[in-house]
Design a protein around this ligand. Structure first.
Ligand code: S3P
Length: 178
């Protein structure tokens, strides 16, 4: 029996901007034949405006509150969930993640991430300043939090998408389901 036709747990993907949560999440969801819930897309659909608009019109704190509300709404769904990079900043969110394993941390070095996201207009945290410095700053604060909330860490720099996908599926095949 291969991992594709066994019942595998539905994972939550966490990690910094640019770590590939949405794109790998889509591939994992395809293999597991589950829907992908991209939390940023979910928030945008619910709010009826883009993430930069939410930040500029209501502020980051409002976005974070919407993010927690969205996480609570989707966390028990049988789906693959791709979160936004800042999900671990709230203690409440960290509690929700820890109570709903498996959580997979897509870990990558700041250089890898900055290359992928530099100039992205849809990410308000990058609106000003140097992208690499910003990513380094976020990594320093968030890495221990990603570590705390995850059951599996995938170091994904120098890994092709297919290798990363295989490593995730391999991990999931070891994760007990009920
Ligand atoms: C954020 C990451 C973004 C999005 C928002 C804030 C962050 O999601 O939720 O711009 O705080 O790191 P991605 O990680 O999918 O880019």
């Amino acid at each position: 029996m291969t991992s594709a036709n066994r019942t595998l747990a539905s994972p939550i993907l966490i990690g910094l901007m640019g770590s590939g949560k949405s794109s790998l999440g889509k591939r994992v969801a395809g293999i597991l034949k589950l829907p992908l819930i991209d939390l940023d897309d979910y928030i945008v659909a619910k709010a009826g405006c883009s993430i930069p608009e939410i930040f500029s019109q209501y502020g980051e704190a409002k976005f974070r509150a919407m993010e927690t509300e969205a996480l609570k709404e989707v966390i028990h769904k049988h789906a693959v969930i791709a979160t936004g990079g800042g999900i671990v900043m709230s203690e409440e969110n960290r509690g929700l993640l820890k109570n709903n394993p498996p959580v997979i941390w897509l870990k990558a070095c700041p250089e890898f991430l900055a290359n992928r996201i530099d100039g992205d207009k849809n990410r308000p945290l990058l609106a000003s300043g140097n992208t690499l410095n910003k990513v380094k700053e976020l990594a320093a604060i968030r890495s221990p939090l990603y570590q705390e909330c995850s059951n599996f860490c995938l170091p994904r720099d120098n890994m092709k998408k297919k290798e990363a996908l295989d490593a995730i599926m391999q991990f999931l095949s070891t994760w007990p389901t009920d």
